[in-house]
Design a protein around this ligand. Structure first.
Ligand SMILES: Cc1cc2nc3c(=O)[nH]c(=O)nc-3n(C[C@H](O)[C@H](O)[C@H](O)COP(=O)(O)OP(=O)(O)OC[C@H]3O[C@@H](n4cnc5c(N)ncnc54)[C@H](O)[C@@H]3O)c2cc1C
Length: 430
């Protein structure tokens, strides 16, 4: 039997579901508040450059993503690059791109480095992540790497990925991160190799949209969903402005607190679970800059006092943008952070001053353009014992499903994991 499916959210998850559902013969409509598809991975314009609003790379082990690119005809457009990683520590830049360089990393003593290496090897070998879920990540890393290595190396990295929320995060988070980054090595690949589709995610979504339209998927972009509820045999979506759309089944892919607000008729326990998911937000200025920067794709920051928690130089991955570098300066923060209320100009002035501390060669006159992305609900904090509290995809309202990155329990936030989640949700919905 074929159903009429409404998908709230045209990000990777919504589009992945649309592809599968349309292949099964269902009638599918994707609804998104934005004027273009792609969500967190969408492209935008900065100066004369169109590139991802947030930085993205593909790993050679991202099997679900690579299969999708094959399916939509982009497999030939993937480029692979060797990349290098830096750390800004004690006021200096260090390369930590190879195990040997990591061993030379001056802020750590020899014993600290041995313990750090042992932690990485051990985490790469652990198979049962559930045991790690009840241990705070800071406790686990202090135990394996020692207090000094934790304070000088791990804590700044945790803060860079999780802000203050690292204190409530389980050791399963660092396990999943190390597993993702070492998967390529376990498959026998030796170098750090990252990939991207030529043209970035803008190109991916342009082609994805084309394929979905050819398969009969409908799009309602620029449409804010305010309400989702069951009325008789149908699920009704109420849009801002008063229009309603009717479907047999609806899947909401927006973040849990947003889903809790829009969905009516859920059991109080279901709503409470959705509202209890703690999220991290991001404030991420991008800067198009004329100076030549070191060829680190990621420069992690361990020095305190900088407004951002890492520097991502996209030019080190994909080459320069007409002679310029495209740099991202992310800061992961609590959704209630006062940073969300600050003006773009104030944020950009502060972050640019920080960029010049890391790369003094960047003159003010080198800055061609800046643009700041802010998202309050980017990822669910991988909290202690999260798998016991994760919201369910099936709901008590027949025909209403809720799937989002909050349903990723033993992985990190990435496109490959999101596509795996789409397959898991699909099984429950069809
Ligand atoms: C800074 C950053 C760096 C990243 N780097 C990488 C990387 O290197 N590699 C990698 O693989 N992944 C990376 N990711 C992760 C990747 O972007 C996500 O995994 C993926 O985009 C999640 O897709 P999604 O569909 O689950 O969510 P989203 O993209 O958030 O989609 C949800 C959609 O719902 C829509 N929506 C919400 N509320 C409403 C409403 N009321 N009405 C209508 N529509 C609504 C939103 O507009 C949005 O389009 C990164 C993410 C960030 C933020």
């Amino acid at each position: 039997m074929t159903d009429r499916f409404g998908i709230v959210g045209g990000g990777v998850l919504g589009l992945g579901l649309a592809l599968r559902l349309s292949a099964l013969g269902h009638e599918v409509t994707v609804i998104d508040q934005a004027d273009e598809i792609g969500g967190l991975a969408s492209a935008w314009r900065i100066g004369d450059v169109t590139w991802d609003r947030h930085y993205h790379v593909t790993l050679a082990t991202d099997d679900h993503l690579l299969a999708l690119l094959e399916e939509i005809g982009l497999a030939d457009e993937i480029e692979w690059h060797h990349t290098r990683t830096g750390v800004f520590a004690q006021g200096r830049l260090h390369s930590v791109s190879t195990p040997l360089e990591l061993l030379r990393f001056p802020p750590l003593g020899l014993i600290d480095k041995v313990r750090l290496a042992a932690t990485l090897v051990y985490a790469g070998r652990v198979r049962d992540w559930r045991r790690l879920e009840s241990v705070p990540v800071a406790t686990w890393l202090r135990r394996w790497s020692g207090r000094r290595t934790f304070d000088t190396f791990w804590r700044p990295l945790l803060e860079s990925k999780l802000g203050e929320a690292y204190r409530d995060t389980s050791a399963a988070f660092i396990w999943a991160t190390i597993q993702r980054l070492t998967a390529a090595r376990r498959r026998g690949m030796t170098d750090e190799t990252f990939g991207n589709v030529t043209g970035g995610y803008g190109r991916v979504f342009e082609r994805f949209h084309q394929v979905l339209v050819e398969r009969g998927v409908g799009f309602r972009l620029g449409s804010v969903v305010e309400r989702v509820r069951r009325t008789g045999d149908a699920i009704t979506i109420g849009l801002a402005g008063g229009e309603t759309l009717e479907f047999d089944k609806v899947v909401v892919t927006a973040a849990s607190p947003i889903a809790a607000r829009m969905c009516e008729g859920l059991e109080p326990e279901e709503t409470a679970r959705l509202e209890a998911v703690r999220y991290l937000g991001i404030v991420c200025p991008s800067v198009l800059v004329r100076s030549e920067l070191p060829d680190f794709y990621v420069t992690n920051i361990t020095d305190p006092g900088l407004p951002f928690t890492g520097v991502i130089n996209m030019a080190a991955l994909v080459g320069d943008f007409d002679g310029a570098s495209l740099v991202y300066l992310p800061r992961y923060v609590d959704p209630s952070s006062p940073l969300f209320e600050e003006s773009d100009a104030a944020i950009e002035a502060d972050f640019l001053a920080g960029l010049r501390r890391v790369f003094p060669q960047v003159a003010e006159s080198d800055v061609i353009a800046t643009r700041t992305s802010r998202v309050r609900a980017v990822m669910a904090v991988p909290a202690l014992n999260y798998s016991d509290r994760v919201p369910t995809i099936e709901t008590s309202v027949p025909g209403l499903y809720l799937a989002s990155s909050a349903n990723i329990i033993n992985g990190t936030l990435n496109v490959n994991e999101t596509l795996q989640l789409a397959d898991r949700a699909l099984e429950l919905m069809t």
